[in-house]
Design a protein around this ligand. Structure first.
Ligand SMILES: [Zn+2]
Ligand SMILES: [Zn+2]
Length: 117
């Protein structure tokens, strides 16, 4: 009995931390007035990992896996929308545009790993 009470207390502490984190301490740039929070954003890599085609952050046509391996539309199709690095699925990358992009620039770190498909 005492043990389950202690477990419940631990759970309460953990969940209140999550609530606090998601509330006061979230600096997501999507919230107006929020601070840029680069650790928490998509990097938006500048090019396709396979063919090095430019993939601007404010245009559609980039595909990413959950680790942000980044591919163009054609390469994602050739890969069957499966990431060759991690095996995860490739999904259309959301765009970041205008003032949001200006305040939170996309990554300039090009990752180019050509491979035979
Ligand atoms: Zn490509
Ligand atoms: Zn991946």
């Amino acid at each position: 009995m005492a043990q389950s009470v202690r477990k419940l207390a631990a759970w309460r502490i953990a969940s209140s931390y999550v609530l606090r984190h998601n509330g006061a301490y979230c600096h997501c740039a999507c919230q107006s007035g929020g601070q840029p929070w680069s650790d928490n954003m998509l990097a938006l890599r500048p090019g396709c990992e396979l063919c090095d085609r430019d993939l601007p952050a404010d245009l559609a046509g980039a595909f990413i896996c959950s680790f942000e391996c980044t591919f163009c539309h054609d390469c994602a199709a050739r890969l069957g929308h499966g990431c060759p690095n991690c095996g995860g699925d490739l999904q259309p990358r959301p765009r970041r545009t205008g003032a949001r992009l200006a305040a939170n620039p996309a990554s300039t770190q090009r990752i180019y790993k050509p491979r035979q498909l």
